[in-house]
Design a protein around this ligand. Structure first.
Ligand SMILES: Nc1nc2c(ncn2[C@@H]2O[C@H](COP(=O)(O)OP(=O)(O)OP(=O)(O)O)[C@@H](O)[C@H]2O)c(=O)[nH]1
Ligand SMILES: [Mg+2]
Length: 299
């Protein structure tokens, strides 16, 4: 299945939640009732009140200035507006230096480890030498889970004992990467610590090691968010954004009960691009995000 079909299948929940499909909504006239219903539907799709209102306001403005009268024309216009909302930065991963580093952060259970596994397979397929760093030392099972992915993908892993200093694991991984001619180091981090401050301190310490050991190297800090958590995910994202400079979002579980609008809300409210989406638990279920295709499947 291609991007469009996967997304379309994943967003069946949006339809259930807004009580009807966008198709039905876009069947009639562009009157006041239409705009009210559209705003409600967008809010119910997890877009957030602010972003939904902005989108509808902009549609009203453009429909007037471009003399769009029928709803089908309105649909095309709305698609354009939402695609613009999603256009907040470069969608590709900039991992060109050798080595370069991608750091995966996010609360527990969102899909960090799984995403690293999927991305490893993808990068390896492009001919890159990948190394995983098991810097989630909070639970022994975390490194075990990453190790299973490393075996599945046939890539190297650096790990230490449970409770080891995550920054020390990163230090080891970078030394190994330099010695082995690795292209990309993927760093898994803990989602759960005794408290949020500990987690943020730990991420800062890892970040300082990267600055010191690999000055000038390309680095992506990818915040992994579970799309099914809706607006809660946005609150988490704002906290992480303050603690660590996020360069991109990986939005997982868009195959599940996610409602789609959250994708637009994240890009719009955080100003950080969604770079990849997770559409299942399998090794091939990670896709580069395609804004225009996404919006077409959504609306
Ligand atoms: N349906 C679906 N499930 C996913 C996706 N990504 C991850 N999962 C599942 O979500 C669960 C949690 O994934 P993990 O990768 O362990 O999440 P994590 O962020 O590493 O979790 P912690 O290490 O506990 O912080 C697993 O059962 C994954 O298979 C996705 O895109 N779709
Ligand atoms: Mg994990």
């Amino acid at each position: 299945m291609g991007f469009f079909d996967k997304i379309k299948a994943g967003l069946t929940r949006t339809k259930e939640n807004i009580g009807h499909s966008f198709d039905q909504l876009f069947a009639g006239e562009l009157d006041d009732d239409f705009y009210d219903e559209l705003e409600e539907a967008l809010i119910l799709s997890d877009m957030g009140v602010e972003t939904a209102m902005e989108a509808v306001e902009e549609l009203r403005r453009r429909a007037k200035s471009e003399k769009i009268r029928d709803a089908e024309g309105g649909r095309e216009c709305l698609r354009g507006i939402l695609t613009e909302f999603l256009d907040v930065g470069d969608l590709s991963l900039k991992l060109d230096t050798k080595p370069s580093v991608a750091l995966f952060i996010g609360v527990n259970g969102v899909g960090k480890t799984t995403t690293i596994g999927k991305l490893s397979a993808h990068l390896k397929g492009e001919g890159k030498r990948v190394l995983m760093a098991a810097a989630d030392t909070f639970r022994a099972a975390a490194a075990d889970q990453l190790e299973i992915w490393s075996e599945r993908c046939g890539v190297d892993i650096v790990r230490q004992h449970e409770g080891a200093d995550p920054a020390a694991v990163v230090f080891d991984a970078l030394s190994a990467a330099k010695a082995r001619g690795t292209d990309v180091v993927l760093v898994d981090t803990a989602g759960r610590l005794h408290n949020k401050q500990n987690l943020m301190n730990e991420l800062n310490k890892i970040s300082r090691i990267l600055d010191r050991e690999l000055p000038g190297a390309d680095r992506e800090t990818l915040l992994v968010l579970d799309a099914t958590t809706g607006q809660n995910g946005l609150i988490q994202a704002k906290q992480f954004r303050e603690a660590a400079g996020i360069t991109g979002i990986v939005l997982t579980k868009l195959d599940g009960s996610a409602k789609g609008g959250i994708v637009v809300a994240i890009a719009r409210e955080l100003g950080v691009p969604v770079k990849y989406i997770g559409v299942g638990e399998g090794i091939d279920d990670l896709m580069p995000f395609q804004p225009a295709e996404f919006v077409k499947a959504f609306i």
